[in-house]
Design a binder for this molecule. Structure first.
Ligand code: ZN
Length: 184
């Protein structure tokens, strides 16, 4: 950012305004503070008859790899609406959200993921342009070696284990280190 969007000044400086704990980009002429906050990504794990809804990415980063449907939340949305919309856009499946399943932060890239458990309502087999292919895959059909994000692999593995045990937890933490919480 080169110019203040409020007054057009090029006099932008970094400082901690008032009692703020973080250093911010501030316009030295009109005192406008430019906040930079993490991005929220919402998605779903959709299980149907022991199979899992996955999509093969058609776009960068990592085209050709498989993942769970997820994407950036839009302004004006509830996070669960964003998750269901992303599933629709990426896989052509309509789903109903059941409950949160994994909440993890990736502070290295300033992203927060919220993944929900969801139930399949309708699978139209019309994936959007960001997807090469969307499929329901059984655990032994899942291309485990072609899932780029370890956190996504972890979510799938945990779900398969928890489903076998008959109880689902909620993960909270970072992508590589966190805790699964079970309701009492
Ligand atoms: Zn300004």
């Amino acid at each position: 950012m080169k110019y203040c969007s409020e007054c057009g000044s090029a006099n932008l400086v970094r400082r901690s305004p008032g009692r703020d704990t973080h250093s911010r980009l501030v316009c030295a002429d009109c005192d406008k503070i430019f906040y930079h906050n993490p991005r929220m990504i919402a998605g779903c794990i959709v299980e149907h008859d022991g199979k899992y809804l996955m999509c093969q990415r058609a776009i960068t980063p990592r085209p050709g790899t498989w993942t769970l449907p997820a994407g950036f939340m839009e302004c004006g949305e509830k996070v669960e609406e964003a998750a269901a919309r992303e599933v629709w856009e990426e896989t052509g499946a309509r789903v109903e959200i059941i409950a949160p399943y994994s909440i993890f932060s990736v502070p290295q890239i300033d992203e927060v993921y919220i993944m929900f458990r969801a139930q399949l309502i309708e699978f139209t087999d019309e994936p959007g342009p960001e997807t090469m292919e969307a499929k329901l895959l059984s655990p032994d059909e899942i291309p485990w070696d072609n899932i780029f994000y370890p956190a996504i692999k972890d979510i799938l593995q945990r779900y398969i284990e928890e489903k076998a045990r008959g109880t689902f937890g909620i993960y909270m933490g970072c992508s590589e280190d966190g805790t699964v919480h079970f309701m009492q």
